[in-house]
Design a protein around this ligand. Structure first.
Ligand code: SF4
Length: 295
């Protein structure tokens, strides 16, 4: 059995930068608060917690004068204003590509355009983007959500950085006949696009895909969805131990890809476990388990 790894998978620039900032901060301060989990990877967050990073859900939980990190997803301007007023030192790990979306959303709102943010309604990144568009923007998850939106004549679209390009294209196509003017900023980050394209190419070439990353990680879930696109059986796992030998029955080629918050060790562990099972296929001789969806 051949095991191939998507080299574009795993930590992206923004996540790596956030982890490095957190390591630096916990090295300098006894306690550093983080507004929400720094990244969507429980193992990495647990290590940082041991080093002194405390995850809080709300700014109200951060004491006055403390040190607080804003994660790569970013935060709305009111968070910075409130932190400043309370003497909280902010270590800003907002990814520069996310900050670019904030800027674009703000500019379009200033210009008087109705701003639509393509992204997940419950995800912190689009929710913060809305705040930069004077809190007036609307989050839509795809063209189907336009049914519930009263559109102005002039509309501007920005995207969550980890969206799929085909979803953005579909939204634009649905908007065009319904508005007078449309501005589109393709704010999907390059790391996302190259990872998605490389993962799709691999999914088309193998019998089975393993996608490694946190179950709460939106970009990992999307990656699994993309890999299933060509009909390739795909499992989304967090750790190597989750791989079951029967997944590999009659499998000659396995592809491994990973979300933006997956550490390299987790990817290596998955590749090693697959190699082990390939060399010792004992457990693979069981009847084939149905495998349409990992989780
Ligand atoms: S996925 Fe892109 S935008 Fe998001 S943190 Fe990584 S590099 Fe930044």
């Amino acid at each position: 059995m051949e095991v191939s790894i998507v080299h574009e998978g795993g930590f992206c620039f923004g996540v790596l930068r956030a982890i490095e900032l957190a390591q630096e901060a916990t090295g300098e301060h006894e306690k550093v608060y983080c507004l929400g989990p720094l990244i969507h990877n429980r193992q990495v967050v647990a290590e940082l917690t041991q080093a002194g990073l405390e995850v809080v859900e709300d700014l109200g939980e951060v004491p006055d004068g403390a040190v607080m990190m804003v994660r790569a997803h970013g935060a709305g301007p009111e968070i910075y204003a409130q932190a400043h007023a309370r003497g909280i030192e902010v270590i800003d790990a907002t990814c520069p590509f996310v900050a670019r979306v904030h800027k674009k959303a703000g500019q379009f709102a200033e210009m008087g355009y109705q701003v639509l943010v393509l992204g997940e309604v419950d995800h912190p990144e689009p929710r913060a983007i809305v705040q930069y568009a004077r809190g007036q923007a609307t989050i839509v998850e795809g063209p189907e959500d336009l049914r519930g939106v009263a559109l102005d004549a002039n509309v501007a679209v920005v995207s969550q950085t980890t969206q799929r390009l085909d979803n953005l294209q579909a939204l634009v196509a649905a908007l065009l006949p319904r508005v007078e003017e449309l501005i589109v900023a393709n704010t999907i980050c390059e790391a996302t696009t190259t990872r998605q394209e490389a993962s799709l190419a691999m999914a088309q070439a193998v019998d089975l895909m393993i996608v490694v990353g946190g179950y709460h990680s939106a970009n990992t879930r999307r990656l699994a969805q993309i890999c299933r696109g060509p009909g390739t059986p795909t499992y989304h796992i967090e750790m190597a131990q989750e791989i079951e030998p029967q997944w590999l029955v009659a499998t000659e080629a396995v592809g491994v890809t990973a979300g933006a918050s997956t550490p390299p060790e987790a990817i290596t562990a998955v590749a090693e476990r697959l190699q082990e099972l390939a060399e010792n296929p004992e457990g693979c001789l069981h009847p084939h388990k149905e495998r349409t969806d990992g989780h």
